[in-house]
Design a protein around this ligand. Sequence first.
Ligand code: FMN
Ligand code: SF4
Length: 509
Amino acid sequence: MSTTVYVSRDASALAMGAERVARALAAEAARTGADLRIVRTGSRGMFWLEPLVEVATPAGRIAYGPVQPSAVPGLLAAGMLHGAVHALRLGAVEEIAYFRNQQRLTFARVGITDPLSLDDYRAHGGLRGLARALDMAPEQIVSVVTESGLRGRGGAAFPAGIKWKTALDASGAQKYIVCNADEGDSGTFSDRMLMEGDPYQLIEGMIIAGLAVGATHGFIYLRCEYPHAQRALQAALATAYENGLLGASVLGSGQRFELELRLGAGAYICGEETSLLDSLEGKRGQVRAKPPLPAIKGLFGKPTVINNVITLASVPIILERGAEFYRDYGSGRSRGTLPLQLAGNIRHGGLVEKAFGLTLRELLYDYGGGSASGRPIRAVQVGGPLGAYLPESQFDTPIDYEAFAAIRAMLGHGGIVAFDDTVDMAEQARFAMEFCAIESCGKCTPCRIGSTRGVEVIDRIVANDAREKNEALLRDLCETMLHGSLCAMGGLTPYPVLSALEHFAEDFR
Ligand SMILES: Cc1cc2nc3c(=O)[nH]c(=O)nc-3n(C[C@H](O)[C@H](O)[C@H](O)COP(=O)(O)O)c2cc1C
Ligand code: SF4
């Protein structure tokens, strides 16, 4: 009987050489007659161990890593297919501390199943949430999502159930579900990992959203920088249509749901929901004034639910296990789990799905293992390029939307970028303003003009040119951007700037 060997096809694993390892395994098996079957999976999210190779043994999956192609002959000769001892042997994946202490609900299948096999998806619990939703009235689905406490994972943390209820109540013969897969924030990759590692879960979540609000058509708006996710989604969509999961009668229910993939062209602002809609309509992505809310007047002027990939992918398990099951995880008003992404100068970069409530310090040290350079972590930026820089004194803040808001920070999409003590925070503050100047859609003055002036003022402060006067001017400018910008692009850029100024003032001198 052949032994199953799992190698990730996730973009991060490929970047570390997983494709070459899979080829070396196939070649060595052909040369030695070893009987093995290679299954390509998503990544377990432990990037420092990639390329990770897992072997199915009677004692469960045994992992080896990081495996280079040159190590493959030695591994097979040592008895890897039986889980034998080797310098690269890590033991059972579930027992690796980084993985064992997680609470994987949304990422439960990622790294385990073949992402493109619908049979594998079903065999691991897929489509159970949809089956339940098909037996429910739209109002019931919406109330389960509302009661679960699920909030949008794209950044604004708006309650998903309230958005769905608005779209459900909006009148219109045509409604849409749009998945925001633009994932533009620095240090974030959970959307990509989910789409590459478990695309049917997103498709299932979108169908359930369609049933909930009465939408028969959906779009996934994917950033063009994600070619592997694009291929995975295209293949999964084709299989979903072939198997009657999508189309005129979802799983024979008589309910229609069509789903299409669209590629963005790489503008950060097209991740903002109203710009995204403009872009989907074929226009240049520019922010729309709200109201009207997209849930009432969205894509092509029709009621539209726009949710992030992780928000939508969290829906199947909520429908399958119930609102209470999901709500039991978390802290305060932040319910459920958040797939956190550890990036930057960190020893153990990767994905950690945990219930809200753990502290930044636990995340950075217990999971991340401290900085990659071995030097002290001086600052972390949480929530993408518009997120605040937090100093060591704030590392005990719990990962919770309200706790972050209380320190003028935000969790955003859960991306965490670590910096060691060699970082120049004045340079980071300047970068935040410059990023805003480059990525601004140009619609409103505080952001379009303010960000450019902001770069100039920071340069003057650092050059010791009338520092006090210019510092006051920078704070004044930030206030104007905070309160006068049309969207969060200009409205949040002051967060990284002011936090750098407040906590790392010495770097501006
Ligand atoms: C400048 C800017 C960029 C954004 N980029 C993204 C993005 O890449 N992905 C995302 O899901 N949400 C992004 N958002 C948030 C969206 O506007 C919106 O809140 C989200 O798609 C709603 O889905 P959710 O409620 O499921 O989070 C961005 C917002 C702003 C202001
Ligand atoms: S804040 Fe910036 S990105 Fe947002 S609408 Fe104004 S100019 Fe456009």
